[in-house]
Design a protein around this ligand. Structure first.
Ligand code: PMP
Length: 296
């Protein structure tokens, strides 16, 4: 599904077939979850494949690598160029690009001096699908920001996400909504959260969440469309009383939510600000203009 016999990846300065690539079993990432990564999308536009907000993603990759003290010497510009080459070599336009920077052989708990750079890509539909989501409040909290760098995209953090999504699916929901260690709403396992009440959008403030690039794009679009967004702390009960809600993420894009813990939001998705923003987002990533609620 992620690769075929012909898939080409970039690994440590070389283009190689995914099926022929190998790595040491004694790497610190496999045993302890120490690696940093990104999730990026490219879209087919009138001007060809466009990697949406490539600089923002690769700058965040550098930020994550610095936080975990994993060496990353390739610049964001170089990584962007390599990603376009990767798309070309694999004949991809609408694609998901996964850069991963992982340490080498090291069974100690100290950051080492060597690291490996992997870039791979595959076609991937919207991560949470196209139907409206039924969420449950997770019994798992997001990691305490004093236990790790929550604002960095570190592979090990995703064990928490796996626990939360698996729990939600096993209980018959589509996805989880996680609280922070103080009981405030934080985010989804792989997406940021927004809700809508009386035509104002609310989203958790930074501190316990990954500062999503899609979240930032929503701020930009909302500003252009004259929609107020408030970043603050709020509780699950505030969400129960919402008119609508949605997740944002590179893989998920803007994904509408219909209920939390079996409580349905008051508006139908097509009547929400979230729906308008989802359309505006689709147009923005494909470089189509969308202003004042109209495609122009
Ligand atoms: N939170 C978490 C935990 C995520 O994994 C993601 C996906 N990267 C997001 C939020 C959304 O971030 P972005 O919009 O940058 O993809």
């Amino acid at each position: 599904m992620y690769y075929s016999d012909d898939t080409i990846i970039y690994l440590d300065g070389k283009w190689t077939k995914a099926k022929d690539a190998s790595l040491t079993l004694y790497n610190q990432s496999l045993h302890y979850g120490n690696a940093v990564f990104e999730g990026i999308r490219s879209y087919e536009t009138e001007d060809g494949a466009l990697i949406f907000k490539a600089k923002e993603h690769f700058d965040r990759l550098h930020f994550s690598a610095e936080k975990m003290q994993i060496p990353l010497t390739l610049s964001s510009e170089t990584l962007t160029k390599l990603s376009y080459e990767l798309l070309e070599k694999n004949n991809l336009t609408n694609a998901y690009i996964r850069p991963l920077i992982y340490p080498g052989e090291n069974m100690s708990l100290v950051s080492g001096n060597d690291s490996h750079v992997l870039l791979c890509a595959w076609e991937w539909g919207r991560y949470l699908g196209d139907h409206l989501l039924r969420l449950m409040t997770s019994s798992f909290q997001r990691p305490n920001p004093k236990a790790c760098f929550v604002e960095a995209k570190v592979t090990g953090h995703y064990t928490n996400s796996i626990l939360a999504t698996t729990e939600a699916k096993q209980k018959g929901f589509d996805e989880a909504l996680l609280l922070d260690s103080n009981g405030y709403v934080a985010e989804g396992p792989g997406a940021n959260f927004f809700f809508e009440k009386n035509e104002v959008l609310y989203t958790p403030k930074l501190g316990n969440i990954l500062p999503g690039i899609t979240r930032q794009t929503i701020f930009e679009l909302a500003d252009e469309m004259g929609i107020e967004v408030r970043e603050r702390q709020f509780k699950v009960e505030d969400v129960y009383a919402a008119d609508g809600a949605f997740f944002t993420g590179t893989a998920a894009e803007v994904a509408g939510i219909e209920s939390l813990d079996g409580k349905y939001f008051s508006l139908q998705w097509p009547d929400t600000i979230g729906y308008e923003l989802s359309r505006a987002y689709n147009n923005r990533v494909q470089k189509k203009e969308y202003k004042n609620f109209e495609l122009v």
